[in-house]
Design a protein around this ligand. Structure first.
Ligand SMILES: [Zn+2]
Length: 425
């Protein structure tokens, strides 16, 4: 038995009054975050000017400062649970630590920027509760949160309730979030699970997520999008075109934007659901699963809908596989970001210089292979996995959660020594 941290997320059906309370808590968390950031900036200024002042850098220090002045800064503070203020200050303390660690070279990945102010309507509405009455009620239809009270769950809480009743789970925290106009609660739960050493399979499968299909497997199977998702994607394209026609700052633009946000949220939910079914099957039925690493830098502010959607799908696929391979005893291999899985010929290893997303078929100029682009990519990932399985070359990624590999040996990218990508890899 091992203890794992797991999240259970449920959509809520709050009453109008509860909606206001939820929004108020998230607003309070944002306000206190901005207040704390302002204080830190001011103290840093003073220190730079030569004054001997303490800069509140940790959650306890920030909380002390807050409790001293909250009566003046926010006379309404008693309207919300104290957890709202803790939540905001905790977020700030983490952001400051990440920035400091990054400056000191203790943080892997891209440099972390100094925290910036959160803007209403632009930032994520969220608030985390770590103490107080956090419960899943035995009727499996309601949850309880400090101050907000008993909320109706939109979906059954059966899965979590069952574990809580058996005593194999313990709730550590609850986070409320808003996506479009829907509220969710996510419970962070400590769960006792039997973790197997292996799942009895030594098979390897490559998975590539897409937009037209949910996923393409190296076994040549295509996993179709659920019909409801296909419909949502069509709606999304239409609304995106509509939004582009609307005048900036107009009322109609706002209406279209809200509509778009709702369809986006629904499409994401449908896709996540479908991916859950797929990843469970994969983690149970295959020994090794290979996916591509996500290009996080390229993900930010991408104007191309197709690219953005497949990035989101890939991130979700990886997230789910990371923990499910652990649960079921299979292995996850993440191909390096610079491994050109879709540009490499899966038959001879020739690498195409440029392949746009619109090109659905891969055509090899060296051996003449013509193949569906996603299938070609999935095959390359499976080949890479075979190679990794044979050489046993694995490295931990920054989170240490799964295994990652870099192109090596016979992998095609070696043939382009002048490639700028290779120099960084
Ligand atoms: Zn070829």
């Amino acid at each position: 038995m091992a203890t794992v941290i797991q999240a259970y997320r449920f959509a809520l059906d709050p009453t109008p009054r509860q909606r206001r309370a939820l929004a108020s808590h998230c607003g309070a968390a944002r306000v206190v975050y901005n207040w704390g950031l302002g204080l830190v900036e001011a103290r840093l200024q003073q220190r730079r000017a030569g004054e001997e002042v303490e800069v509140p850098w940790t959650l306890p220090a920030l909380r002390r400062e807050w409790n001293r002045v909250k009566g003046e800064v926010a006379p309404w503070w008693a309207e919300n649970s104290k957890e709202a203020y803790s939540s905001g200050l905790d977020g700030l303390a983490r952001a400051l630590k990440n920035w400091a660690d990054s400056r000191a070279g203790r943080h892997k990945g891209r440099p972390v920027r100094f925290p910036r102010r959160k803007r209403k309507g632009r930032c994520r509405d969220a608030c985390r509760f770590t103490t107080g009455a956090i419960k899943v009620l035995p009727d499996r239809q309601h949850v309880q949160l400090p101050r907000i009270g008993i909320l109706k769950s939109h979906e059954s809480t059966r899965k979590l309730a069952r574990r809580l009743e058996q005593g194999s789970a313990r709730i550590l925290a609850a986070t409320i979030t808003r996506t479009a106009d829907r509220w969710y609660v996510s419970f962070t739960v400590e769960v006792q699970r039997a973790i197997p050493q292996g799942n009895g399979h030594d098979t390897v499968i490559g998975v590539d997520v897409g937009v037209r299909h949910l996923a393409t497997l190296s076994t040549e199977a295509t996993v179709p999008n659920p019909r409801a998702l296909q419909r949502s994607l069509r709606k999304l394209r239409r609304l995106n075109r509509q939004l582009a026609r609307r005048k900036l700052g107009s009322k109609r633009r706002r209406i279209t934007r809200d509509k778009l946000a709702r369809v986006h949220a629904r499409a994401a939910n449908l896709r996540r659901d479908a991916l859950h079914k797929l990843t469970t099957t994969l983690a149970i039925d295959y020994g090794t699963i290979v996916i591509e690493e996500l290009n996080l830098a390229g993900m930010v502010r991408n104007r191309h809908l197709a690219r953005a959607l497949s990035d989101v799908g890939l991130a979700e696929l990886r997230r789910q596989l990371t923990y499910k391979t652990g649960w079921y005893g299979s292995r996850l291999v993440v191909a390096d970001r610079f491994y050109p899985s879709s540009k490499t010929c899966s038959a001879c290893g020739w690498v195409k210089a440029k392949l746009t997303l619109a090109e659905r078929t891969f055509t090899c100029e060296a051996c003449g292979l013509r193949l569906d682009r996603d299938l070609n990519a999935a095959r390359n990932l499976a080949t890479l996995a075979q190679h990794v399985a044979q050489s046993g070359w694995e490295t931990q990624n920054s989170r240490g959660a799964d295994r990652k590999t870099q192109p090596a040996g016979q992998v095609a990218v070696k043939r382009e020594p002048s490639s700028p990508l290779l120099q960084r890899a």
